[in-house]
Ligand binder design. Structure first.
Ligand SMILES: O=P(O)(O)OC[C@H]1O[C@H](O[C@H]2O[C@H](CO)[C@@H](O)[C@H](O)[C@H]2O)[C@H](O)[C@@H](O)[C@@H]1O
Length: 291
């Protein structure tokens, strides 16, 4: 027995997912294909102090590339980062959504939400103003992502974080008025166009391209991933990574290493079930192959 077939026999998944395994298997048994949508920071890549240094774990890098090669699996990365940024950080998927779904690259074309595109100039002005307003705050960073921006406070001394929040709100209110809004994430303030559009909308578009009986899966770790969980549940599988915050995802794993273990399971036991249910010869994903 090879290591891979042993893994299949054990049907092993990360500990937190074990109690949901029957449910996960049932979802997969009902489909002929998978649409695997993955958040980036905190999901494929561990959270780090410097956002420019974020990189997927080696195991996630390999398994995402391997899943992307399987004919019955579509993979997508759905990130809060700019699309051009996240695309540089992980290879393989045929679909990328950036800026929380405001940018979507699929089927060879890139779509940008038209209102977001119009407000990019406002975002730029906000970023320039914030660079000056936050200059004196140690380690405050402004990330201009084109149609949105992020103010990072992870490395800002705790006592100075309220100052960053206050200055950011003042600048965004003054320059953006009703056209921009602020939401929060993991030690960040996200500055976005005030429009009802999020990751969930992008995931709905991605899933609509797949066969009707494809099983949608979304794995993510933060507040902005919640709309995406709602887009795939209850027929698909939502997996929240980390913390125990209330979530629309019905399953949980602990961190990026567990994400890799879950994706490995999908590529072995999951694919075996999928192929058998569809009456296809079993085509197990091999993530150990050098690429
Ligand atoms: O939707 P995601 O792909 O998870 O992107 C959300 C934000 O991720 C990045 O910030 C987060 O990760 C950084 C690196 O680990 C960390 O330093 C920061 O504190 C986290 O909030 C990214 O820089 C943002 O643009 C994304 O919106």
């Amino acid at each position: 027995m090879t290591a891979r077939s042993e893994a299949i026999a054990a049907d092993s998944v990360p500990p937190l997912l074990e109690e949901r395994l029957t449910w996960v298997r049932e979802r997969i048994d009902g489909g002929s294909a998978l649409v695997v949508c993955l958040d980036f920071d905190g999901t494929l890549a561990p959270i780090v102090d410097d956002p420019a240094e974020a990189t997927p774990t080696e195991a996630n890098r390999r398994i995402v590339a391997a899943l992307s090669d399987h004919p019955a699996i579509s993979t997508a990365v759905v990130s809060g980062r700019a699309l051009s940024d996240v695309r540089e950080r992980i290879d393989g998927p045929s679909i990328y959504a950036g800026n929380h779904g405001l940018e979507l690259a699929r089927n060879g074309s890139l779509a940008v939400h038209p209102i977001a595109r119009k407000r990019a100039r406002l975002i730029e002005t906000v970023c320039e103003t914030l660079e000056t307003a936050l200059e004196s705050v140690p380690n405050a960073r402004v990330e201009n992502k084109g149609v949105t921006a992020t103010v990072h406070v992870r490395s800002v001394p705790a006592a100075a974080r309220p100052i960053v929040a206050e200055r950011t709100h003042t600048v965004v209110d003054r320059i953006g008025g009703d056209d921009l809004e602020i939401s929060s994430g993991k030690r960040i303030l996200e500055i976005e166009p005030a429009i009802p559009w999020g990751k969930g909308n992008a995931v709905e578009l991605i899933v609509a391209d797949a066969p009707p009986d494809a099983v949608p899966i979304y794995v993510g770790d933060d507040v902005t991933d919640e709309s995406a969980f709602r887009a795939v549940e209850p027929d698909g599988i939502g997996v929240r990574v980390g913390d125990d915050a209330p979530s629309a995802a019905s399953s949980r794993v602990e961190g990026p290493d567990d994400v890799a273990a879950f994706l490995e399971w999908l590529g072995t036991a999951g694919v075996e079930r999928l192929d058998s249910a569809a009456g296809r010869p079993v085509d197990i994903v091999d993530s150990s192959r050098e690429r």
